[in-house]
Design a protein around this ligand. Structure first.
Ligand code: G1P
Length: 288
């Protein structure tokens, strides 16, 4: 089974749940501690072995391109001030020249349509999709866990986790089949079912390893939930043709597109930082 070389980040979404912060600032640029959410996603994909980073962007997202570029004046200033450590960190955050690709989703037609916009860049090979809003804190980066499961099974893999019954209408929900360790055979997908209609509480979170065949299926996918072209619906067609597993990944997921999820992420990631942990603990105790 081939390696996963390419990763697609659909980042055209408007981020209306985080207004007014996201009126001008792309939601992917919101900092978790001191790093934009999108940088965590790129680091995770690089740690999983990805070498080509494909961003499906939209209007107002140009700051993200700037973030992954050299900032000449800033770098020169840091060099002059001999702030080698800061400089090194900024350098390391920039993927190799030529490994970033940006294309635009010209209309908000849904996640499936956004992924389809990357078809000519990805071509006919298995690839990864990372939803940047879903920030996952894990010992082994979540996408690496999926890539390893793909290497072992040769199958399509999505990250899954149990969600409360009353939240099934926020996610793609899986019709689960046989379990094999952390892998669950998937027999069906339903996008955002009402709790009373949900086939399980097992939800898809934003990490996918998919075969290139998905692009042909996306081209035929009709608008579904919310009137949008859903990746979930194309995956439901794909599992009729190819093996498909959910991976109960190890780690904690934060929805950074949501106010509470975002705040939790900031606290969880800050508590991991030795230079911040003690001070933050004390401050939290004072508030509570
Ligand atoms: C998208 C997918 C959904 C998935 C979710 C994970 O929904 O359509 O299947 O469960 O991401 O975060 P969105 O959050 O974009 O509405």
């Amino acid at each position: 089974m081939g390696r996963i070389r390419k990763v697609v980040f659909p980042i055209a979404g408007l981020g209306t749940r985080m207004l007014p912060a996201t009126k001008v600032l792309p939601k992917e640029m919101l900092p978790v501690v001191d790093k934009p959410v999108v940088q965590y996603a790129v680091e995770e994909a690089a740690a999983a072995g990805c070498e080509l980073f494909v961003f499906v962007t939209g209007r107002g997202k140009a700051l993200i391109e700037d973030h992954f570029d050299r900032a000449f004046e800033l770098f020169e200033t840091l060099r002059r001030k001999q702030r080698e450590e800061d400089l090194g960190e900024l350098e390391r955050a920039i993927p190799a020249a030529g490994s970033l690709v940006y294309t635009r989703q010209q209309a908000p037609l849904g996640l499936g349509h956004a992924v389809w916009c990357a078809r000519h860049i990805v071509g006919d090979e298995p690839f990864a999709v990372v939803l940047v809003d879903d920030l996952i804190h894990a010992r082994v980066p979540c996408l690496k866990q999926l890539v390893d499961a793909h290497a072992e099974t040769g199958a399509n893999i999505v990250a899954v986790m149990e969600v409360p019954k009353e939240h099934t209408d926020r996610y793609g929900i899986v019709v689960p089949g046989r379990e094999r360790g952390r892998l669950v055979e998937i027999e069906g997908f339903v996008e955002k079912p009402k709790p009373e209609e949900a086939p399980s509480r097992l939800a898809v979170v934003g990490r996918y390893v998919l075969s290139g065949r998905i692009f042909e299926l996306l081209a035929k996918t009709k608008p579904g939930s919310g009137g949008e072209i859903q990746l979930t619906d194309a995956m439901a067609a794909l599992l009729e043709e190819q093996p498909f597993f959910g991976l109960r990944f190890e780690g904690r997921r934060f929805d950074c597109g949501d106010r509470l999820g975002y705040l939790e992420a900031v606290i969880a990631f800050a508590l991991e930082r030795p230079e911040l942990a003690a001070g933050l603990h004390a401050a939290l105790r004072r508030f509570l």
